[in-house]
Design a protein. Structure first.
Lengths: 471, 307
């Protein structure tokens, strides 16, 4: 990529935009024989939209219009044509609108919506993020620490905050592997599972407390990261993704079937709660409320959990940010940009990849451990491939390699997951948003990156200048 | 011995289905160098379309023979046509805009597309499994030993024969027709092919169409053979078919078929003689082992990386 030829310090955010604009035609230009419509006139636009609508009708007709139901003596069909009609209408008018506005000749077909989005929010967001990172960070931090004491903080909000922070931590952990080292890991949930099961088993069999088990769970997960990372070192991009997915599934199947140790699908229950220097959050004598002379409330334990995960997540972020400035972090990013160049410069790619896997897995293990202690019950059902995809979706939506983007994306995803009436459609929306973000804004919601090395002044650069990673 | 032969027959049946799906993976990988992660879900969609067509036409085990044959052929045609439209749309919407984007981008949209298809079918058709009464019944007892009868059912014969016919037809299509020539040209060097007047985009679209059509055949066979489908069958079948494609050597059509048969056999024998609950682990381990020790597969060409 071009970034290697240009000194990064010369590129201001504006400069980056210019470079981005210049690069775009090479990127987005379709081959000359492309069948993309040339919707100069209204009839053409209408014709094109009609074709799209016809395709939508063919697609949606059988699958959505006719629903098979189990009935007595076989299957029966129920019909659902209104939905099909709505879908076809949306496709027709949506396409017509796009044809008449964004996709007119002269406006670039593919970047159309993307550039509008970036014009509307992205640029401001990017500029804001780059110039005021420190302030935004401090404000967010104060807010996060003060949240439990704000007047509107009830049980529901605290629970949601804990879930969001868990996913942010997982996202940040995965970001080390995917965003920094450029290794697409689809089996990240395996480390989450290893962490959770390590803690649960250690606590049950050896009666160790949360704070002793936490680092052990992390280290065990990191070891698993190395074990799984070692065989896949030679694999490139998409093969690596599939193999990590396979490893994730293997771990889940083993957890499901190894009754003697993991109790199979029944899972492990009665996992101990975390204590504050040995003080438990229980009602009655010797409990937290009793010792500090407070009125007992179940919310106290939730708030304590909230602070644990907040601090764990912040530690993840802090360690990642510091690692980026160490030789190892620079080696990760160099590996993402160009593996062959890395090797010829004498970087040990084996160690670099393994440390990336181990670091990512370590934080995944910590998060898993926290998950186990919060739930008090774990079973293999919590660690399906779907979970990996949700975490990956957060990293992708936020922007590969962008820490703040992941926060935005996790909050976005959690809002979708919690909206009433959308429960059924939530994974559909996750999948669609992954596709849309890649088509329109492949660098994610936050598309600026901060280089860790700069000649004069450190500035945010466009994500397009960052290599893709095919490690 | 009888038990062994029975497992062999079952393995060949399963392997044929995997092989048909694996062709879709291997062709797409050959031509644009990406793993079409959503292909397993295209197979699932094909299976559902076949199910819906069967219910509309009211086919059951009691339909007279000649009519049954015609009706099943009609179902096959419907499933292949509609599923290939799905395959085409997925390529058009999710992959074509990303050509020339960074390398992980199409893989990420493919995962997104897979999630979309799975959940779309789940929402539209319900999460429950769909049982179908057996349509093609009967079979032959080909041998008997120690009271164990080896059964070769009619549906197994249909699956193996249909797969064989499709494979022969498909190989002819790739090797003899101008479309096949265009496809092989794009596979070798898309830019050069474009310079020589081949419509690369159209060829890629057709590749997706063909892959989806074969996946639809596999989907219908799966439905007729097992009689139960749900929205999640695509994930497992997809990963196993991908394993088959990798084992046979990705990019190689005979390799995909061979890999499919091997995976089918390994899985069946594992379930027949080993711990059945770990049969998925077997397939996944083969995938990992092949990629690590034999990345170019059994019949594939080794990939040369140029700087």
């Amino acid at each position: 990529m071009a970034s290697s030829q240009e000194p990064t310090s010369d590129i201001t955010p504006e400069g980056a935009e210019i470079v981005e604009e210049q690069r775009r035609p090479a990127y987005a230009a379709e081959p000359p024989q492309s069948s993309h419509p040339q919707p100069g006139s209204l009839p053409n636009a209408v014709r094109d939209a009609a074709v799209a609508a016809a395709v939508a009708l063919v697609l949606a007709g059988p699958i959505i219009g006719l629903r098979t139901e189990s009935a007595i003596g076989g299957l029966s069909l129920t019909q659902n044509w209104p939905t099909v009609a709505i879908i076809v209408a949306v496709v027709f008018f949506g396409r017509l609108l796009l044809n008449l506005t964004l996709w007119r000749p002269g406006s670039q077909a593919l970047s159309g919506v993307g550039s509008i989005i970036s014009r509307a929010g992205g640029k401001q967001l990017a500029a804001l993020a780059s110039s005021n990172t420190l302030y935004i960070g401090i404000v967010a931090l104060i807010l996060a620490f003060a949240l439990p004491f704000l007047p509107f903080a009830n049980r529901y909000i605290m629970d949601q905050a804990i879930v969001i922070l868990t996913y942010i931590m997982l996202g940040w952990g995965l970001n080390i592997v995917v965003g920094l080292a450029g290794l697409l890991d689809l089996g990240y949930v395996a480390f989450y599972a290893v962490g959770a099961y390590s803690f649960a088993l250690l606590a049950q069999n050896f009666e160790l407390g949360f704070w002793v088990c936490l680092p052990m769970a992390g280290i065990l997960a990191a070891c698993w990261g190395m074990v799984l990372g070692f065989p896949v070192l030679r694999l490139r991009g998409d093969y690596l993704a599939i193999v990590t997915l396979a490893f994730g599934e293997i771990i889940r199947v083993v957890l499901l079937n190894w009754y003697e140790v993991t109790n199979g699908p029944d899972g492990i229950s009665g996992i101990p709660r975390p204590t504050l220097f040995g003080i438990e959050f229980t009602r009655g004598e010797g409990g937290f409320a009793d010792i500090f002379g407070l009125e007992y409330s179940p919310l106290q334990r939730i708030i304590y959990l909230y602070y644990i995960i907040l601090i764990l997540a912040l530690v993840t972020n802090f360690v990642t940010l510091r690692l980026r400035r160490l030789p190892i972090g620079r080696a990760w990013e160099a590996l993402r940009e160009d593996e062959i160049a890395c090797r010829s410069l004498g970087i040990n790619t084996t160690n670099t990849k393994l440390t990336a896997f181990a670091c990512g897995a370590f934080f995944g293990g910590l998060a898993g451990s926290f998950f186990a202690t919060r739930q008090g019950f774990i079973s293999p059902e919590s660690f399906t491939a779907l979970e990996s995809f949700i975490i990956l979706a957060a990293v992708v939506l936020g922007g590969l390699g962008s820490q703040i983007g992941i926060v935005v994306a996790v909050i976005f995803l959690n809002t979708i997951f919690e909206l009433r009436g959308l429960q059924e459609y939530r994974m559909l929306i996750v999948g669609l948003s992954m596709v849309l973000i890649m088509v329109w804004r492949p660098r994610g919601l936050v598309s600026t990156r901060t280089p860790s090395v700069a000649l004069k002044k450190r500035r945010a650069i466009s994500g397009d200048l960052v290599g893709e990673g095919h490690g | 011995m009888a038990y062994f032969i029975q497992q062999l027959i079952n393995g060949l049946t399963l392997g044929s289905i995997y092989g048909l799906i694996a062709i879709g993976y291997t062709m797409v990988y050959g031509i644009i160098g990406m793993i079409n992660f959503a292909h397993g879900d295209i197979f699932m969609v094909g299976s559902f379309i076949a199910l819906i067509a069967i219910v509309i036409l009211g086919i059951s085990g009691a339909t007279p023979f000649l009519l049954l044959v015609l009706a099943l052929l009609l179902v096959l045609l419907i499933a292949m046509t509609l599923t290939s439209v799905w395959g085409w749309t997925v390529e058009r919407v999710a992959y074509r805009p990303l050509r020339g984007s960074f390398r992980l981008a199409p893989l990420i949209t493919a995962i997104g597309m897979s999630i979309v298809l799975q959940n779309l079918v789940q929402v539209a058709q319900g999460a429950r499994v769909k049982p179908l009464q057996p349509i093609v019944t009967g079979g032959y007892a080909i041998m008997e030993q120690d009271g164990f009868v080896v059964q070769l059912s009619n549906i197994q014969i249909i699956i193996i024969v249909a797969t064989f016919v499709l494979m022969v037809g498909f190989t002819l299509l790739i090797n003899r027709t101008s479309l096949g020539r265009a496809q092989r040209a794009c596979e070798q060097d898309a830019k050069m092919a474009a310079l020589l007047g081949i419509n690369v985009d159209r060829t890629i679209s057709l590749t997706f169409l063909m892959g989806a059509a074969l996946a639809a055949v596999a989907g219908m066979m799966f439905l007729l053979f097992y009689g139960v489908i749900d929205f999640y069958i695509g994930f497992q079948a997809g990963v196993k078919a991908f394993t088959a494609a990798v084992l046979g050597g990705i990019g190689s059509l005979p390799g995909a078929m061979l890999g499919g048969l091997l995976i089918g056999l390994i899985e069946t024998f594992w379930s027949g003689y080993g711990p059945i609950e770990y049969k998925d682990v077997a397939a996944f381990s083969i995938l990992a082992i092949t990629l690590i020790f034999l990345p170019s597969g059994l019949l594939g060409r080794p990939e040369v990386e140029k700087v």
